[in-house]
Design a protein around this ligand. Structure first.
Ligand SMILES: C[S@@+](CC[C@H](N)C(=O)[O-])C[C@H]1O[C@@H](n2cnc3c(N)ncnc32)[C@H](O)[C@@H]1O
Length: 275
């Protein structure tokens, strides 16, 4: 039986396809925000855990050199620049392996002056080395297409050691103590996905919805079109569906396509079950 290569809902479409093909089909300026979470140049083969062990390969992140990786990713970045609207923006999710090389490539494509933020997503997962400080953050490069980019500043809680010594500041309290509401910083303390969270599909490298939702809420309004051409388990389209954005997603892996389709099915049917 021929397998389906697309899944659609009234406000979005998921393709089983190489990112290149989908990016070339889209019209110039047709997308308001791109979330790109590509392979990180980790030189690993990423596998879904099966009963605590490594299962079959989900995707390959092995490269012959940094130059090969950057030339591969640069192609998608140039195509992304073309499809972004004038008020649009792109968030490229990476880590220490290649982030600084990708920044130089993005400066050339989007313009050094269009780097809006380097966001640090800080988390506390297990695992440490005696040879270096524990590597517990990802880097998200946020570039705009122009200076007219859409952006809505959110707030976060800043906990106070002492409640006293503040004037003209609204001090609030919750179970963790006293806090003030401050503008969101570019360092995001958001827990990594836990195994028992309902949103966890166990697709390797799946990102938490809370990280992606912060990006979507800051950079788009309801009705905007968001895209993820390396969608993996479908975190971006799932968040878009929940928050009233139109979405385009693709991944060339049948496993990723099936995982995303099942996840979206659950979001749209609102049964709360991911897999
Ligand atoms: C880091 S994962 C994305 C994880 C995703 N953000 C999530 O939350 O589940 C990268 C994905 O890129 C896909 N991929 C790699 N090269 C691709 C290409 N040329 N076209 C489409 N997808 C690709 C892989 O199959 C993998 O699922």
């Amino acid at each position: 039986m021929k397998r389906s290569s697309r899944y659609s809902e009234p406000d979005g479409i998921l393709y089983l396809s190489d990112a290149d093909t989908i990016l070339r089909q889209l019209g110039p300026g047709s997308v308001d925000m791109i979330y790109m979470d590509p392979p990180f140049f980790s030189n690993r083969i990423l596998r879904r855990p099966v009963h605590g062990h490594q299962g079959a390969a989900s995707f390959n992140d092995q490269w012959s050199s940094m130059a090969t990786y950057i030339s591969w990713l640069g192609r998608f970045l140039r195509l992304s620049h073309r499809v972004l609207s004038d008020t649009g923006s792109i968030f490229v999710h990476l880590d220490w392996h290649a982030c600084h090389y990708v920044k130089v490539e993005m400066d050339a494509i989007f313009g050094y002056e269009n780097l809006v933020n380097e966001i640090i997503w800080s988390y506390k997962t297990g695992g440490a080395s005696r040879r270096h400080f524990s590597r517990k953050h990802d880097n998200i490069l946020f570039y705009s297409k122009s200076r007219r980019y859409r952006f809505r500043m959110g707030t976060e809680k800043s906990y106070l050691k002492y409640k006293y010594g503040f004037s003209n500041t609204d001090i609030k309290q919750d179970g963790n103590g006293f806090y003030t509401e401050v503008s969101q910083r570019d360092v995001w303390d958001i827990p990594a996905l836990r195994g028992n969270q309902p949103e966890n599909t166990h697709y390797p490298t799946q990102k938490p919805e809370s990280v992606v939702e912060r990006i979507v809420m800051a950079s788009t309004d309801k009705g905007c079109t968001v895209a993820d051409f390396f969608c993996g388990s479908g975190t971006l389209p799932a968040v878009a569906a929940r928050t009233g954005r139109r979405w385009i997603a693709c991944d060339f892996s049948p496993e990723a396509f099936d995982t995303t389709a099942r996840r979206l099915d659950a979001v749209y049917r609102k049964d709360g079950i991911v897999l």
